[in-house]
Design a protein around this ligand. Sequence first.
Ligand SMILES: Nc1nc(=O)c2c([nH]1)NC[C@@H]1CN(c3ccc(C(=O)N[C@@H](CCC(=O)O)C(=O)O)cc3)C=[N+]21
Length: 283
Amino acid sequence: MAATIINGKELAQELRLGMKDEVKQLKEQGVTPQLTVVLIGDNPASKSYVNGKRKASDEVGILSNIIELPTSITEEKLLQLISELNNDQDVHGILVQLPLPEHIKEQHIIEAIDPSKDVDGFHPINIGRMMTGQDTLLPCTPYGIITMLQSKNIQIAGKHAVVIGRSNIVGKPVGQLLLNENATVTYCHSKTPDLKSYTRNADILIVAMGIPNVINEDYLKDDAIVIDVGINRVNGSLTGDVDFESAKNKAAYITPVPKGVGPMTIAMLLKNTIKAAKGLSDN
Ligand SMILES: Nc1nc(=O)c2c([nH]1)NC[C@@H]1CN(c3ccc(C(=O)N[C@@H](CCC(=O)O)C(=O)O)cc3)C=[N+]21
């Protein structure tokens, strides 16, 4: 039987509808959620992502403010800008689009953002809170993945989740969130020998490798739940890390690329911005 497709684009749309009401209520209380996105340089992919964030914000009534800076900006100047945004009461969320130019240390920038405005959920304080199971701003892609599973009433507790990839923004935190939901979690990565021996035992497989179409049905257990986090541009079109046509024959659920995890990442960013505007994180 062919897999059920988890359409992230549709789910994100549905979530935005709910958020629109929430924002309306906040505005009636005199609070207009505001997201500031800092975009450095002129990477076309970054520009297109930032554009997506702006459009989605507009749709739910979140005020978005995009600050574009040249690649030549110094780390010192950028830190100064972040400090100003931290102190601006009207700004609820701050997102510095990654990747950054080589002369700027990513970790310096992430740690400079006020954790209560860190809508990416990348600050070590927020990561620590996530690890200890506290209410906090969660990293958007992992949060979106959990939301996709929950939207289909997929049970996570007791399942074996295998995560391929160990980045700070996807692999590590998604494993942590799955663990928080009582999954048994295995992390695999580029140095894992015999990847198939792990993935074939995965009830839930999260693929965040950055290699187009590498995961096919040979890697899957029957009726696996397959979440494709890959965003690869191949000959001008977007493709995931999973060979969708092959995998869909064996999986029970699968996410497509595009229209899968990507739009959910943006939806959760909006959710975090609303949460930050409500001042729910207590610092
Ligand atoms: N500080 C920071 N936070 C991020 O969240 C962040 C970042 N930097 N740098 C880049 C990555 C990438 N990312 C995506 C978001 C949405 C889609 C998305 O919506 N993709 C659509 C297609 C979009 C298209 O056609 O280009 C889809 O998959 O259907 C993709 C990728 C957020 N990122």
